[in-house]
Design a protein around this ligand. Structure first.
Ligand SMILES: Nc1ncnc2c1ncn2[C@@H]1O[C@H](COP(=O)(O)OP(=O)(O)O)[C@@H](O)[C@H]1O
Ligand SMILES: [Mg+2]
Length: 187
């Protein structure tokens, strides 16, 4: 099936989730993350700022800060399709960019060498159990992960799993997927 149709369909399904269900499932996913050695042993993690319909990462950032971890948040460059990570120390250093997404304000945050990031939380809309994903369509993470050597985990509601997503040669799978009901080892 066409990726755009799949993206639009899952966004609608996610947006239809009630607030209590969204909060509970996001909490279950976050709790699963905090139990992993990859989380506990990483001092520098990277994560995107979740949109309203995605698994909540705002709470994950708060927990990381409380645990003394450094939190790096990406800024995408649509012209070059490159992505750079900035260390975020407070939510007020975020700004809304295209499509209503939040990104770090480069002037207020510190550019981080991606080689230092130990754990990357990779966003996505749909996943298969091998860790392949349909992202938001920019291919940013496929490009980025091709030279990234740290650990990768994606967070997803169970409805974001499906076996039949199209996979292309440039797609790079994540190592683990955490859902509200299971931890999937992809490799
Ligand atoms: N490593 C790469 N080098 C060059 N182009 C890439 C690379 N990875 C992805 N792309 C391009 O980015 C675009 C979006 O990729 P796609 O996998 O469909 O998006 P997403 O992973 O965000 O769902 C495609 O046109 C793809 O060819
Ligand atoms: Mg892709």
């Amino acid at each position: 099936m066409d990726k755009k149709i799949l993206r639009d369909g899952i966004k609608q399904q996610l947006a239809a989730m009630s607030r209590p269900v969204y909060e509970q499932k996001s909490f279950q996913i976050a709790r699963r993350l905090y139990a992993l050695p990859e989380w506990q042993e990483s001092n520098k993690i990277a994560v995107t700022i979740s949109a309203d319909f995605e698994v909540d990462t705002w709470q994950i950032i708060r927990s990381a800060w409380l645990a003394g971890k450094k939190v790096c948040v990406p800024k995408c460059h649509p012209d070059t399709k490159a992505m750079y990570f900035y260390q975020l120390e407070k939510f007020e250093d975020l700004e809304k960019v295209y499509a209503g997404l939040y990104e770090p304000i480069p002037q207020n945050t510190t550019l981080i060498d991606a080689k230092e990031i130990e754990l990357m939380i990779v966003p996505g809309l749909l996943f298969n159990r091998k860790g392949f994903r349909i992202g938001f369509g920019g291919g940013y993470y496929d490009r980025f992960l091709s030279s990234y050597i740290g650990q990768t985990i994606s967070l997803a509601f169970s409805i974001q799993l499906r076996p039949d997503i199209p996979v292309e040669g440039h797609d790079i799978p994540v190592q683990k997927i955490l859902t509200d009901s299971e931890t999937i080892l992809c490799l």
